[in-house]
Design a protein around this ligand. Sequence first.
Ligand code: AMP
Length: 177
Amino acid sequence: MAPSANLAALRDAVRDIPDFPKPGIVFKDITPLLASPPLFKATLDLMEARWRPERIAKVVGIESRGFLFAAPLADRLGAGLVIARKPGKLPYQTLSEEYALEYGVDTLHLHADAILPGERILVVDDVIATGGTAGAVGRLSVRTGGVLVGYSFLIELGFLEGAARLNGTPHHAVLAY
Ligand code: AMP
């Protein structure tokens, strides 16, 4: 497939679900894309092409849909996989960061020894909306001593201006809305 045909097919495989999980949210349902072997592969090809020159040492996936892309991407980049998890899930010593939700706050944790000082870090999630989640994981990566190289997303909801929360760190999204 030509790259433009790829992108159109990928876009068609993301389903809008209005008012999920609550009224006013248009949820981007990526399960049709995940279920298609050529489309999932095309997604990973695009992510890999963007980040391969950056010599990434660790890919940090954000619970839970970020894991779906972070794990195969880490394998393709020859990088280690690190998981950013919700409270109470990681068994060893952790670092944590809070981030703002529409109402209230949430927290994500990393194992304190998951990233070595100086390691080049890529943070991965399925969707960037307000940018609070990804920004918090970026801060965690820096606190562990890593060098935050970039953020990789399948989807950027540009109208929410989440990139403004990424502190000028480069980001890439396969699909922009
Ligand atoms: P945010 O912190 O606002 O950038 O939200 C990003 C997180 O919420 C990601 O982990 C996404 O999986 C999820 N998310 C936010 N908005 C949507 C949406 N419209 N459709 C699907 N997932 C979303």
